[in-house]
Design a protein around this ligand. Structure first.
Ligand code: ARG
Ligand code: ZN
Length: 894
C-alpha cells in the first residue's frame, strides 16, 4: 500500500489522557490502557468511529464507559480496532498481551540482554497497545510499571517519578507522569538491571534538574563523555537558541540492540550503545565526535520534535532536518571553543567538510536513484524507509540555506516566531517556512521564500554549471550560471530553485576582492548571490585581470557544480582560496580528475592530471600554515562512492578502485620523504590521549600519512609498531585497518585485537568491519572468502543490528571492489543475507536492501548480475513491506 501526503485528514477523536499499566514479563506482558477521549472538532456529530491502530496484539477485553463490549460492538482487523458509533466523549479501557521475548524486529517492546526496551518511532506503539498511532494525536501519559524486583530492579518511563513501591510476591511498582502532552511515538519504557551516572544541574529558572546516563553494570567507565556532552548540549541550546530544559529529570539509557542511532523519547532518550559509550581505549576520535553529536541531536529534539512535533510522517524533515542542522552547529561550536580565530575557522571547516562528504557520498546517490524523494516526500509505502539522508542531511542543508538567507539574528527571530505559533502542536514544514518568512520580511519586506519552497517539494540534486569571461576594457567579470535538475520518480519537470551562492573573487595575488555587482540589481546581499532563474548572468565590476571566482563557498547550497575551471585555476584555488571549504574542494577536484585519467587510460600515471595532482600533493604536505585536521582531509583521496557518483558514464567499481589505488601508490612513492616526516613528527612525541579538535587533527594527519606509507613494507612496519604501542583506539584501529587492507599478513594483529577486546561488543564490531572492508587489491587475494568466514564466526550475530551492519553494510556499501566483483558472487551473497534478515528485522533489512540502488550506473555485464540478485530477492515469499518497497523501486529503475 502506498500512503499519500495529500490524503491527510484529522482523526475523529482526541485522547486527552492516557493511563498505561504494564505487568512486565518476557513471555507475556499484560498492557492495560485507559483512554479519555473527546471530539476532535467541538461541533462534531455523535456516532463517528474511534479508530485505533494495533499489530500483533492479543486482545483480552475492551470496555467503553465501564461497560464491557462484546465482539459485535467493535471490529478487529490485523492492523486496527474500530469502535463504530462511538460517543463524542468517554473512556475506553483495553487490555492486551504481547510477547517481548519474541520481538526480533526491535520495534515496540523488546528485550536486549534480558532487559526491556521500547522503540516507538515511527509506528512501534501500535505493537504495544491499541492507540491512534499518529503523531498529531497528543495525549498526557501516566504510566505504571510492575515487574519482578530482582530481575528488573530499575523501571523507567517518561517524565517524573511520582510513586515507587515494593509489592508483595517479590514485585515492585513505579508510576511515571509526563506533564507534557505527546504523541505515542515519544512514549518509552525501560526495565532491567542498570546502573547510572548522575548529576544535578540548575536550569535558567533556578530550578534543579537531574541528569542520568543509565547503562548495564560494568559499563560505567564509558559514560563520562556522554554526560559531558549532555551538559554541553543543554548549555549550548540555552546560549544559542535561548531554549532550556523543561523537565526535572532527563535520562539517557544505552542498549546494545537498537535499529538506529538513538531516540528522543520525552525525558527518556534511548540510545544505541555506539552513541553513548566512549573512552580512549575503546572509542576513536570519530566515535567521540559521534557521541557528542548524537547526544546533542536527541537533546535538541526536546524542542524541535517534542514541544513542536510533526502533523504526519511526511513532515519528518520538520524535526529531523532542523535538528540535524542544530547538532551540526553544536558540534562546530564545540570544536571551535577555546581556539584562536584562525584555528577556530579551520576546526569549523573540518566539520563542514565532514558533513558535506556524507551528503555527496550518500545523499547525492539517493537523489539520483530509484528512492529519490523530496525532503518532504509525497508518498511512501513503509515510513521506516524514509528515515533517509535526504530527509535528515539534505533537510539540514535546506534549513542551513534559510539560515544563510536570513542571517543568524533573523533566523533566531524566526525560531521564536515558530515556537510562539506552534509550541504544543503538531506542525508542518510549511509552518516552519512561514515563520522564517515572517522573520525575513521584518527586515526585507520585498523578499519572500515562495520560490525557496521548491526545496521542500522537488527531489533531485540540482546541477549548476558556471562559466565566466573577463572584459579587460571594463575590468568586469561576467559570470553565467545555469541550473537544471534531472527527472526523479514522479517529477519530470522542475521549476528553477532559489539557490544561495556564497561567492568570492580571488585575485591572482590570493586576496579576496571587494564584491561590486553591476547587474542584476539587488541580486547580491553580503557575499550571497541570489540565483533564481534557469540561466542568469552576473556582472562584477572593478575586477583585476587573472581573478578566479570561488563559488558556493562553505557549500552554500546542496547542488552539484560544474564550473569551467582550467587545471591551473583549480590548483590555484587549492593553494589560495580564502574559504577553507572551497580550498579543500578544489584539491579534491584535482584528485578526482587524476583518478579518472588513470581509470580511462587503464593505469597510466604519466598524464598531466596525475602530474598536477602530484605537485599539489607536494605543496599540501609542505604547507605549515594549514591545520593538521584540515591537511588530513586535503591529502585524502575522494571515497570510491563519491567517485562512482561523479563519473560521467557507466562505471566498473573494481576498475575504479584500482585506479584510485594506483594514484595512492604513485603519490606515496613520489612523496615518501615528506610523508614520513609528517608521520614521524606526530608519532614520536605523544601526549596522553585527549579528545579535542587540535589533538584529533594531529592524529588524523598522522594516520592519513600512514595510509599512504603503508603501500609498502617499511610503512607497514611503522603501522605494526603503532598498533602495538597505541594507548588509544584511534591509533590502534587506524593501524589495524591499514595492515588488514594492505599487508600480505595481518593475522597476528587481528588476533591480538580480538583477544584484547573480545568482551567489548563495539570494539568487536570494528574488528568485523575492518575485515569486511578488505578491498579487492589486497595482496593475499579473495577477500570474499574472508567475509564468508566472518559470517560463520561464533561472535557473528545477524540479530544484533550493529553486528549485522559491521559485516553486511560494511561489505555491500563500503567495499565496492569486492561487492561488485565481476562474477556476481558478491551480489548473490548480499541477496541471501537480505532475505535472511528480512525474516528477523525488516527495518534493518530494508536498509541493507539499498546496496544496489544505483545499479543502472554499472557497466552492462554488472547490470545483468545485479538484476539477477534483485530478482532473487523480489521473488522471495514473505518479503516485508520494508524490503519490498526498496527492491521493487530498484527493479523499476531500468
Ligand atoms: N528520531 C530518531 C532520531 O533521529 C530516529 C528514530 C528512527 N526510527 C525509525 N524507526 N526509523 O534521532
Ligand atoms: Zn532525529
Amino acid at each position: 500500500v502506498t500512503h499519500y501526503r495529500k490524503d491527510y485528514s484529522t482523526p475523529n477523536h482526541r485522547i486527552d489522557r492516557t493511563l498505561l499499566e504494564f505487568d512486565l514479563d518476557a513471555e507475556s506482558t499484560l498492557v492495560k490502557s485507559r483512554l479519555d477521549f473527546s471530539p476532535w472538532h467541538l461541533q462534531q456529530a455523535e456516532g463517528l468511529p474511534i479508530v485505533l491502530d494495533g499489530e500483533d496484539l492479543q486482545l483480552e477485553c475492551v470496555t467503553l464507559d465501564g461497560k464491557l463490549l462484546d465482539e459485535s460492538l467493535y471490529q478487529q482487523t490485523d492492523t486496527q480496532l474500530i469502535i463504530p458509533n462511538a460517543p463524542k466523549q468517554g473512556t475506553l479501557e483495553i487490555a492486551v498481551r504481547i510477547r517481548p521475548s519474541g520481538n526480533t524486529r526491535l520495534e515496540g517492546l523488546y528485550m536486549s540482554n534480558g532487559n526491556f526496551f521500547t522503540q516507538c518511532e515511527a509506528q512501534g506503539f501500535r505493537r504495544i497497545t491499541y492507540f491512534p498511532d499518529r503523531p498529531d494525536v497528543l495525549s498526557r501519559f501516566t504510566v505504571t510499571l510492575r515487574a519482578d524486583q530482582a530481575a528488573y530492579p530499575v523501571t523507567l518511563s517518561n517524565g517524573n517519578l511520582i510513586d515507587s513501591q515494593k509489592l508483595p510476591d517479590g514485585k515492585h511498582r513505579t508510576v511515571w507522569e509526563d506533564p507534557f502532552p505527546k504523541p505515542a511515538y515519544l512514549f518509552a519504557l525501560v526495565a532491567g538491571q542498570f546502573v547510572c551516572q548522575e548529576e544535578s544541574i540548575t536550569k535558567s529558572n533556578g530550578q534543579p534538574a537531574l541528569l542520568q546516563v543509565w547503562v548495564e553494570p560494568g559499563n560505567l567507565d564509558k559514560t563520562d563523555f556522554a554526560m559531558q556532552s549532555l551538559k554541553h548540549a543543554i548549555e549550548w541550546d540555552r546560549q544559542r537558541f535561548g531554549l532550556d530544559l523543561d523537565l526535572d529529570r532527563f535520562m539517557i539509557v544505552a542498549t546494545a540492540d537498537f535499529n538506529m542511532g538513538a531516540m528522543e523519547n520525552k525525558g527518556l532518550n534511548i540510545f544505541n550503545t555506539k552513541f553513548v559509550f566512549a573512552n580512549p581505549q575503546l572509542a576513536t576520535d570519530i566515535d567521540f565526535e559521534n557521541v557528542e553529536s548524537v547526544v546533542g541531536h536527541e537533546y535538541f529534539h526536546n524542542w524541535t520534535g517534542n514541544r513542536v512535533t510533526c502533523r504526519d510522517w511526511f513532515q519528518l524533515s520538520l524535526k529531523e532536518g532542523l535538528t540535524v542542522f542544530r547538532d551540526q552547529e553544536f558540534s562546530a561550536d564545540m570544536l571551535a571553543k577555546g581556539l584562536d580565530a584562525q584555528q577556530a575557522a579551520s576546526a569549523r571547516a573540518v566539520k563542514r567538510i565532514d558533513d558535506v562528504k556524507v551528503l555527496r557520498a550518500a545523499q547525492f546517490p539517493e537523489d539520483a536513484g530509484p528512492m529519490a524523494h523530496p525532503i518532504r516526500p509525497d508518498s511512501y509505502q513503509e515510513i521506516n524507509n524514509f528515515y533517509t539522508v535526504t530527509v535528515y542531511e539534505k533537510g539540514a542543508e535546506v534549513i542551513r540555506m534559510q539560515h544563510t538567507l536570513l542571517g543568524e539574528e533573523q533566523f533566531q527571530r524566526g525560531m521564536r516566531i515558530y515556537f510562539d505559533r506552534h509550541d504544543g502542536q503538531a506542525a508542518t514544514c510549511e509552518d516552519f517556512v512561514a515563520a522564517m518568512e515572517t522573520a525575513l520580511q521584518e527586515i526585507k519586506p520585498d523578499q519572500d521564500l515562495k520560490q525557496f519552497r521548491h526545496w521542500y517539494s522537488q527531489a533531485g540534486t540540482p546541477n549548476v554549471s558556471a562559466s565566466w569571461h573577463y572584459k579587460a576594457d571594463e575590468s568586469e567579470l561576467v559570470l553565467t550560471l545555469k541550473q537544471s535538475c534531472a527527472p526523479t520518480p514522479g517529477q519530470a519537470e522542475k521549476p528553477a530553485f532559489h539557490i544561495p551562492v556564497r561567492i568570492g573573487l580571488v585575485s591572482n595575488t590570493g586576496l579576496d576582492l571587494p564584491l561590486q555587482l553591476k547587474s542584476p540589481k539587488n541580486a547580491l546581499s553580503g557575499d550571497i548571490l541570489n540565483f533564481t532563474e534557469t540561466e542568469q548572468v552576473f556582472v562584477f565590476q572593478g575586477v583585476a585581470k587573472g581573478t578566479v571566482p570561488s563559488l558556493f563557498r562553505g557549500f552554500s547550497a546542496p547542488v552539484q557544480v560544474r564550473a569551467e575551471y582550467s587545471l591551473e585555476e583549480l590548483v590555484f584555488l587549492a593553494r589560495h582560496d580564502n574559504d577553507p571549504f572551497n580550498r579543500w574542494d578544489a584539491g579534491q577536484q584535482v584528485f578526482t580528475q587524476a583518478i579518472f585519467e588513470i581509470y580511462q587510460s587503464s593505469g597510466d600515471t604519466s598524464g598531466k592530471l596525475v602530474q598536477a595532482a602530484n605537485l599539489m600533493m607536494a605543496d599540501l604536505l609542505e604547507d605549515p600554515s594549514l591545520s593538521d585536521g584540515f591537511r588530513a582531509l586535503a591529502i585524502a583521496l575522494p571515497s570510491e562512492n563519491t567517485l562512482f557518483e561523479l563519473f560521467d558514464g557507466l562505471v566498473d567499481p573494481v576498475a575504479l578502485h584500482f585506479a584510485r589505488q594506483t594514484l595512492r601508490e604513485y603519490l606515496a612513492a613520489c612523496n615518501q620523504g615528506p610523508l614520513l616526516k609528517l608521520y614521524q613528527a606526530r608519532a614520536t612525541h605523544t601526549e596522553r590521549y585527549e579528545y579535542n579538535a587540535v589533538a584529533a587533527g594531529k592524529r588524523a594527519l598522522k594516520n592519513a600519512s600512514l595510509a599512504y606509507l603503508t603501500v609498502d613494507e617499511p610503512g607497514q612496519s611503522l603501522a605494526r609498531s603503532q598498533f602495538l604501542s597505541a594507548d588509544n583506539m584511534t591509533d590502534r584501529l587506524g593501524a589495524l585497518n591499514l595492515l588488514a587492507h594492505n599487508a600480505e599478513d595481518a593475522q597476528s594483529e587481528l588476533d591480538q585485537f580480538f583477544n584484547m577486546f573480545q568482551k567489548e561488543a563495539l570494539a568487536l564490531d570494528k574488528w568485523f568491519m575492518t575485515q569486511a572492508t578488505t578491498p579487492a587489491s589486497h595482496p593475499a587475494g579473495n577477500p570474499l572468502e574472508r567475509i564468508q568466514a566472518l559470517l560463520k564466526h561464533p561472535a557473528f550475530n545477524l540479530k544484533n543490528p550493529n553486528r549485522a551492519r559491521s559485516v553486511l553494510a560494511a561489505f555491500a556499501m563500503q567495499n565496492p571492489s569486492v561487492f561488485h566483483q565481476h562474477t556476481g558472487v558478491g551480489y548473490q551473497l548480499w541477496a541471501s543475507l537480505v532475505i535472511e534478515l528480512n525474516a528477523i528485522n525488516p527495518q534493518v533489512a530494508g536498509r541493507m536492501a539499498r546496496a544496489l540502488d544505483r545499479w543502472s550506473k554499472l557497466t552492462p555485464s554488472l547490470q545483468t548480475q545485479a538484476r539477477a540478485a534483485l530478482e532473487k530477492i523480489n521473488a522471495h515469499d514473505g518479503l516485508s513491506p520494508d524490503v519490498h518497497e526498496i527492491i521493487s523501486k530498484a527493479l523499476g529503475a531500468l
